[in-house]
Design a protein around this ligand. Structure first.
Ligand code: OSB
Ligand code: MG
Length: 379
């Protein structure tokens, strides 16, 4: 196929897989103990395969999207829309899906399946297709709220010994200054930041300002998921940079947040913002504005991490990514071999064509709880 022939999809499948977490993930929005993600598998007329993952959480406590809403939007709208359209290049997919409001995770799953299929069909790596260059990317760990400070200290010691280049502690009212101060005291000037997942209100600005003395790289999403204005007010009262996660669901959100002064650091989760094309726009905006940018995570399987890893090879990703390996999160990954964090805290960016990882069909089948075939209409 040449670059400008339309992509002809012969078969499309949507598969929900349930991946038990080895340990519940406790945050300011509550406890996440199971991980159901939605996989999209595309097959074209030449036998090339594309995979995408909708990494919404099982529940609506992080954002309104859930695994079930993502499944429904993919099956009922996103896939039918792209299968009816003429897709010549991966960026066409985001344009076709643009009429869908919100539902970023669903759009991203369909979109990244086309990007990985196009990468495979053209014999290029996803890194090459997105225009990245780094051969390895620095990563950190996001550490959930633990039963005690000792348990947190133990986990941090373990990860730093393994090479991780940054530590992010989940905080919530009542679990903040004490744990941050203990970790700072125990580990000196390691790169340290916190994530509140929207669990504070502006009335508690003084509690957040008490974190200023610990030289944190940022305070992530301290206030409500949908309130940029109050984050701007808070940022004026803090020395520590505010970083936004939940509040940034499109390139336009990022532009508005930066214009308002609502954040000085950007957590980019490709799934949250609707996929790779939107991520590239946000990347370019952050470069233009000189804003620190890093890739967040949604406890994705290796299928969902693949586009994140490729994007992190772009020069605008200036800070380590949240990218705990699947081996830390799940009994087994959906790709084999999975990715690893090396002793210096880096993940290697795959050079193979397509997704960059081999999907293990037996594991997908073993974890599947729901499947739906979408039959492309004859053109
Ligand atoms: O707020 O960054 C978050 C995981 C699920 C939902 C929200 C968040 C997270 C993480 C990322 O902290 C951890 C990871 O994917 O390695
Ligand atoms: Mg976050």
């Amino acid at each position: 196929m040449t670059d400008d022939d339309p992509i002809r999809i012969e078969a499309a499948e949507v598969i929900e897989v349930a991946l038990p977490l080895l340990e519940p993930f406790v945050t300011g929005f509550g406890v996440t103990s199971t991980r159901r993600v939605v996989l999209v598998r595309l097959l074209d007329d030449a036998g090339h395969v594309g995979w995408g993952e909708a990494a919404a959480l099982d529940h609506p406590f992080y954002l309104p999207d859930t695994t079930s809403t993502a499944f429904a939007v993919i099956v009922e709208y996103a896939l039918p829309m792209v299968l009816r359209a003429e897709i010549r290049q991966p960026p066409d997919v985001a344009r076709v899906l643009a009429p869908i409001r919100g539902n970023g995770f669903a759009r991203a799953a369909v979109e990244s399946a086309f990007w990985t299929l196009a990468a495979e069909a053209s014999g290029r790596s996803l890194r090459e297709l997105v225009g990245g260059s780094a051969t390895r990317i620095p990563v950190g760990e996001s550490i959930g709220i633990k039963p005690s400070i000792d348990a947190t200290t133990e986990e941090v010691a373990h990860r730093l010994a393994e090479g991780y280049r940054r530590i992010k502690l989940k905080i919530a009212p009542g679990w903040d200054v004490e744990v941050v101060s203990a970790i700072r005291a125990a580990f000196g000037d390691v790169m340290l930041q916190v994530d509140a997942n929207g669990s504070y209100t502006l009335d508690q600005a003084d509690d957040l300002a008490a974190l200023d003395e610990f030289d944190l790289a940022c305070i992530e999403q301290p206030l409500a998921f949908d309130d940029l204005w109050q984050h701007a007010e808070l940022q004026r009262r803090l020395r520590t940079p505010v970083c936004l996660d939940e509040s940034l669901r499109s390139p336009r959100d990022v532009r508005l947040a930066l214009d308002l002064g609502a954040c000085r650091s950007v957590n980019l989760k490709p799934g949250r913002v609707g996929g790779i094309a939107a991520s590239l726009q946000i990347h370019d905006l952050c470069v233009e504005r000189g804003v620190p940018l890093w890739c967040g995570g949604m406890l994705e399987s290796g299928i969902g991490r693949a586009p994140n890893i490729a994007l992190c090879s772009l020069p605008g990703f200036t800070e380590p990514a949240d990218m705990s390996p699947a081996s830390v999160l799940f009994a087994e990954d959906m790709v084999e071999p999975t990715y690893h964090v090396d002793a210096e805290g880096f993940i290697r960016v795959p050079e193979q064509a397509g997704l960059g990882f081999c999907v293990a069909p037996d594991r997908v089948a073993a974890h599947a709880v729901r499947r739906e075939q979408i039959v492309p209409a004859a053109r």
